[in-house]
Every structure is written in structure tokens, then in C-alpha cells.
Design a binder for this molecule. Structure first.
Ligand code: COA
Length: 336
């Protein structure tokens, strides 16, 4: 499928991220559940994660990330005309996180909408932002992805509590006056069939007559999620490259959802992509759901690896089960 012709073209022009101050280390977890630093590092690569304070919620993290974006962008965000907030852990069911971001910045002309595509949410939000701008309906969209996973994590379940962390990222997606644009290709996919029994959280204690455990906290079959993600993402990468008529050598950076370092290694191996060309945030931040890709991009920028003009392959995947991959040019000016 070729990328459709559009009225306008979109590119990402700014990035900002934020993680809470409090750090939860593997040693801290050893005191909560029957686990060890060695087991966690060996199976997941995770060393620590940032955890929101009791009175700190997803909108607070998103606002801090957008404030940082504004600092590096060097201009006010008054002319943002749409805010898309990706989150699985909103402060409230309503009002939405995007409304709280709008209120903080006083963006009077902006529409505001939240989306939940779980850990694939940032990729879905970018896809929507690109579509809105390409159609000519919008000019400047603030995408924020924020999560307080700690608030839905069961800290008595050792198979899940070692994985998750909190954080947020924000990017600005703007119409490109040169009409070139950074978005090159996209792939979306869903497998709702097994979702509830593989990886979920929520209020329902039974579904289709079957009792469910969890009581609002995360429940998952880690092995099944692992196998599905490796299979699905490696096949998706193949499709994305084919669609864009590109080869692996054309990709400067692969930025998968940072769920587990071992999973990233397996995806790279199956997709025949070098691990050295991967940006990730999982080792120091754990699985931050839809915030993990912007946090990985920030790590790339901070270390001087990710540069203006680089071609990036982003791939989000998560509960649902759902996934989304994007090929794009990184159009954020280098800081130095
Ligand atoms: N510390 C020590 N032992 C643990 C443990 C922990 N934190 N968590 C589980 N175990 C134990 C299990 O009880 C089991 O013990 P048993 O053999 O005596 O029954 C053993 O380790 C193996 O459990 P299993 O669940 O098969 O381990 P695994 O190798 O699959 O690793 C995960 C577990 C969760 C790390 C791994 O499956 C995973 O990361 N999956 C993907 C999850 C994910 O990223 N989800 C989000 C995607 S968006």
C-alpha cells in the first residue's frame, strides 16, 4: 500500500520528556516480593524505574514533558490547534488528560482528545496527527503520551511488578511549509481475540460468564505476550520496509516499545536488525507503556546518537492486542 497523496505534509519538530523523581530499584523490589536483581536483569534487562508520587498523576507528567518541549522549541504553544493525549492510566475517566494539558497551557484554539491504544498509543497518536495534518484540517498538533503504570500495578505480584514504570513524552507535529514531510509509511494491526486473557487491567470481575482476577490491577500471561510481540513486530517491520521500498540498511534507528530488553533482542534477531541501531528506555525506566518510545527518543537525543534527518522505525505494541509501526524522518533540530 503506497502512502496516499495528501494536501499537506507533517513532520515532528520538537520533543520533551519527564520522569518522576522517585526511583524504584531491583533491590527495593527484593524487599517487596520474592525476586532478585539477578533474575530481573537476566529476564528483562530492567535495573530501575521511576515512580510517581501519591499525588502525582498522568496529566502532571504530561504537562512537565510539554513544558520541556516548549523550552527546547523556543516558542509558545498558543497556536497548537489539537492536543492528542495517549494514555492507559488517565487521572480520571473524565475530564481527559488532554483537557488538563489544554487548561495548563491555555491553548485557546486547541481541540483535545485522549486515545488509548495501550503501549502502542504513541505510534497511533503520531499516525492520527500525521493524518489530521495531511488532510489539511490541522496545522500544529501536540502529542503527549504519559503513564502512571505504578497506580495499576499489583506490588504483591512478582511477575508484573518488576516490569512497569512511570513517565511521559511530548512531541509537536507540524505542517511542513516545504511540503516534504517526515512521515513515510505506517502499519496498524489488532488481535482482539485473546486480549482479555493475555494482558489486561480494568474493573470487570467477570466477562462472558468467566470469572477474572485482578481487581483493577494489571494481569498478564508474560510468556504469551512475549511470543506474540516478537512474532508480530518482526513481521510488521518486514511489511513496513516493503511498503516504503526500503531496506534494513536505510534505517538509522529502530525504536520499539521498551517492554523488556530480552524481547527487543529477540525482535532484532528475528527481524535481522542490529541491536546497536536500537534506541530504548527500558533499562533505566522499565516498561512505561505508551511513554516508552518518546523516552527512548530522548535517550537518543541526549546521547547525541539521534540526529536531525535520521530515518527512524518506531514500533509500538501492547494489550488489546494491538500494534503500530511508523517509518519517519527525525525533523527535530539538533541541540548543539
Ligand atoms: N522473580 C523471580 N522469579 C519469578 C519472577 C520474579 N520477578 N516472576 C516470575 N518468576 C518465576 C515464576 O514463578 C516461574 O517459576 P516456576 O518455574 O517455579 O513456576 C518462573 O519464574 C518462570 O516464569 P515465567 O513467567 O515463565 O518467566 P519468563 O521467563 O516468561 O519471564 C517475564 C517472565 C514477565 C519477565 C516475561 O515473560 C516477560 O517479560 N514477558 C513480556 C511481558 C511484557 O513485556 N508485557 C508488556 C508488553 S507491552
Amino acid at each position: 500500500m503506497a502512502t496516499p497523496k495528501s494536501l499537506s505534509k507533517a513532520r515532528i519538530t520538537a520533543l520533551g520528556t519527564y520522569v518522576p523523581d522517585k526511583i524504584l530499584t531491583n533491590e527495593d523490589l527484593e524487599r517487596l516480593v520474592d525476586t532478585s536483581d539477578e533474575w530481573i536483569v537476566q529476564r528483562t534487562g530492567i535495573k530501575e524505574r521511576h515512580i510517581a508520587a501519591e499525588d502525582e498523576f498522568t496529566s502532571h507528567l504530561c504537562i512537565r514533558a510539554a513544558e520541556r518541549l516548549r523550552e527546547t522549541y523556543g516558542a509558545a504553544l498558543d497556536d497548537v490547534d489539537l492536543i492528542i493525549a495517549s494514555t492507559t492510566t488517565p487521572d480520571f475517566s473524565f475530564p481527559t488528560v488532554s483537557c488538563r494539558v489544554q487548561q495548563h497551557f491555555g491553548m485557546e484554539r486547541a481541540g483535545a482528545i485522549d486515545l488509548n491504544a495501550t503501549c502502542a498509543g504513541f505510534a497511533y497518536a503520531l499516525h492520527l496527527a500525521n493524518g489530521m495534518i495531511s488532510s489539511g484540517l490541522h496545522r500544529k498538533i501536540l502529542v503527549v503520551a504519559g503513564e502512571t503504570m505504578s497506580k495499576i500495578t499489583d506490588y504483591t505480584d512478582r511477575s508484573t511488578c518488576i516490569l512497569f514504570g512511570d513517565g511521559a513524552g511530548a512531541v509537536l507535529v507540524e505542517a511542513d511549509p516545504e511540503l516534504s514531510g517526515g512521515f513515510e509509511s505506517v502499519i496498524l494491526g489488532t488481535n482482539g481475540a485473546g486480549g482479555i486473557h493475555v494482558y489486561r487491567t480494568g474493573l470487570a470481575e467477570q466477562m462472558d460468564g468467566q470469572p477474572l482476577e485482578g481487581k483493577g490491577k494489571i494481569v498478564q500471561n508474560g510468556r504469551e505476550v512475549f511470543k506474540w510481540a516478537v512474532r508480530t513486530v518482526s513481521a510488521g517491520i518486514e511489511q513496513l520496509l516493503e511498503q516504503a521500498e526500503l531496506t534494513r540498511e536505510d534505517i538509522d534507528w529502530f525504536v520499539p516499545h521498551s517492554a523488556n530488553l530480552r524481547m527487543i533482542e529477540s525482535i532484532c534477531e528475528k527481524a535481522d536488525l542490529p541491536l546497536a541501531k536500537t534506541l530504548q528506555s527500558v533499562q533505566d525506566m522499565g516498561n512505561t507503556s505508551s511513554a516508552s518510545i518518546p523516552l527512548a527518543l530522548q535517550a537518543g537525543v541526549n546521547s547525541g546518537r539521534l540526529k536531525f534527518g535520521d530515518r527512524v522505525l518506531l514500533y509500538g505494541f501492547g494489550s488489546g492486542l494491538t500494534h503500530a509501526g511508523l517509518l519517519l524522518r527525525w525533523d527535530v533540530p539538533d541541540l548543539s
